[in-house]
Design a protein around this ligand. Structure first.
Ligand code: S3P
Length: 433
């Protein structure tokens, strides 16, 4: 699929973007191994979360839906999963592969997980290493990449794991393996990362102790089914926050957005750049803070992005780089080498696209330097990365010529109705198969 974007356009109205991807994955994983029924509203019907859902169906879990974002998961209990008939295909989804590796390392059966062209290039040694320390038998493909095979029948033991990088996927993997391990498992993270696993396990009545950067749990417990209300995904909302911030006359309200403190780097960074964002109607929904966010056009200025914001905005940098290209002056990002191992090398791929549009963008090993300027038109290759395709769609609002984006199929992994919502607010986007 290709997107064609005409330059200019408006950004006005009120929209609700789809459900949070991280919470949607976890709702299925935890609901599947819980005792009793878990109901989910607002589930993200994107390909990534659907891969997780299909993986559990393949392991014998009865899941009704998704029907308009509603799921009914008939939990099989912590030891109720069955060996799948073949490898589990998890598509583009790093979250599925890495969290499932933890959850499946202590099962009685063997499992192999495979992915698409993008996922097959991503590092899995980061989860294989702690799992092996726990006593799991884990095989990876060449260079520590997928496929990932877990050999069943191992008795895991709890470990205290010091994470070498700020990664919620690695933290979650170790904690999930800890449910099946003897004794206590703990993780110590170098910087705060999203804490949905810790919050949601507690919501499923599984005690998790959080003490600063350390999260611990005892093996051998059981989860109890619950009701989960999934907030709108701040990572999807981010494209529209940037769209409104860079478009003169814009005023857009994003409804019911999850504003978990470990996810709000995009709000903090846009505000530091001079963005005009009002966070209103704050409330707690199923243990997660949610708000309506109104964003109005503002003249942005370049900044040095504080490194402590990097893990809190880790998925939002493609969108933020577009904001930087539209800002006055220079934006400098450092401490973000993790961006090089996302669905694409987001530093290089974004730099290439920005340069094609006429922006001075210099990649560095752990970040980028972007000089704000004028954007022309270009043809963009998003390298199978949904967030690159959506970021350059938003750039059209300030471009002077047409932007053509190839290979946009993967937008459906996280934001299946992106084109429809973008059109609704006034972005001049057309898709072609
Ligand atoms: C996620 C964690 C992050 C993020 C990803 C979702 C999660 O990955 O980029 O989109 O749900 O735990 P890392 O843990 O690799 O930073």
């Amino acid at each position: 699929m290709e997107f064609t974007l005409q330059p200019g356009g408006r950004v006005n109205g009120r929209i609700r973007v789809p459900g949070d991807k991280s919470i949607s994955h976890r709702s299925v994983m935890f609901g599947a191994i819980a005792d009793g029924v878990t109901t989910v509203d607002g589930f993200l019907e994107g390909e990534d979360a659907l891969c997780t859902l299909k993986a559990f169906q393949a392991m014998g879990v009865n899941i009704e839906g998704p029907d308009n974002g509603r799921l009914v998961i008939h939990g099989v209990g912590r030891d109720g999963l069955k060996a799948p008939a073949g490898p589990l295909y998890v598509g583009n989804s790093g979250t599925s592969m890495r969290l499932l590796a933890g959850l499946l390392a202590g099962q009685s059966f063997d499992v192999t997980m495979t992915g698409d062209e993008s996922l097959n290039k991503r590092p899995m040694e980061r989860v294989a290493k702690p799992l092996r320390e726990m006593g799991a038998v884990v095989e990876t493909g060449e260079g520590g990449r997928p496929p990932l095979t877990l050999r069943g029948g191992q008795q895991l033991k709890g470990i205290d794991y010091v994470l070498p990088m700020a990664s919620a996927q690695v933290k979650s993997c170790v904690l999930l393996a800890g449910i099946y391990a003897d004794g206590t498992t703990s993780t110590l993270e170098p910087a705060p990362t999203r804490d949905h696993s810790e919050r949601m396990l507690q919501g499923f009545s599984y005690p998790v102790t959080v003490d600063g950067a350390k999260a611990s749990l005892q093996g051998g417990g059981r989860l109890k089914g619950v009701h989960i209300d999934v907030p709108a995904d701040i990572s999807s909302a981010a494209f529209f926050m940037v769209a409104a911030s860079i478009t003169p006359g814009a005023e857009l309200t994003l409804e019911h957005v999850g504003i978990n403190p470990t996810r709000i780097g995009v709000i903090n960074i846009l505000r530091a750049m001079g963005g005009n964002l009002d966070v209103e109607n704050e409330r707690l929904v199923g243990g997660e803070p949610v708000a309506d966010i109104t964003v109005r056009y503002a003249e942005l200025k370049g900044i040095d992005i504080p490194e402590d914001q990097v893990p809190l905005a880790i998925d939002e940098f493609p969108a933020l780089f577009i904001a930087a290209a539209c800002a006055k002056g220079r934006t400098v990002l450092t401490g973000a080498e993790e961006l090089r191992v996302k669905e694409s090398d987001r530093i290089q791929v974004m730099a290439d696209g920005l340069v094609a549009l006429g922006i001075d963008a210099q990649p560095t090993p752990d970040g980028i330097v972007i000089e704000g300027g004028e954007m022309g038109g270009a043809t963009i290759n998003p390298h199978h990365d949904h967030r690159i395709a959506m970021a350059f769609s938003v750039a059209s609002l300030r471009a002077h010529d047409t932007i053509l984006i190839h290979d946009c199929d993967n937008v459906a992994t996280s934001f299946p109705n992106f084109v429809e919502l973008a059109k609704q607010v006034g972005i001049q986007i057309e898709k072609r198969p």
